[in-house]
Design a binder for this molecule. Sequence first.
Ligand code: DGP
Length: 120
Amino acid sequence: MSNIGKFQDDCIFCKIIKGEIPSTKVYEDETVYAFRDINPQMPVHILVVPKFHIRSLAEVTEDNAGDVGKVLFAIKKIAEQEKLDKGFRVITNAGKEAGQTVDHLHFHILAGRQMGEGLV
Ligand code: DGP
């Protein structure tokens, strides 16, 4: 059974997906929503999220793994759409020690300038 549309009331990213908080949309399909990060750390900084509430990769299950996989496919499509042909980096933080501040699974797409070897 699909998880799409199963939101959590107090989640900022669920509210963004529902349009209750404004965002600069970059991409959307049935399963995925992508928007510009409010505090960009690179010339291109896009957040890509599933359209259902899941805290992080630490909560992926047999049941939702297919939809999480669609987020990765969407990242590839966004990279093409945004012409990130010189390269892009994808980061997801899972848990407080990793620096996760919003508890809704999200992938950061970072691009637009040369990156070093630090942090992968
Ligand atoms: P993380 O630290 O991995 O949990 O990243 C959370 C990111 O979410 C951080 O880079 C800032 C961004 N963010 C937080 N609140 C909002 C918001 O209301 N709108 C947008 N566009 N981005 C947000």
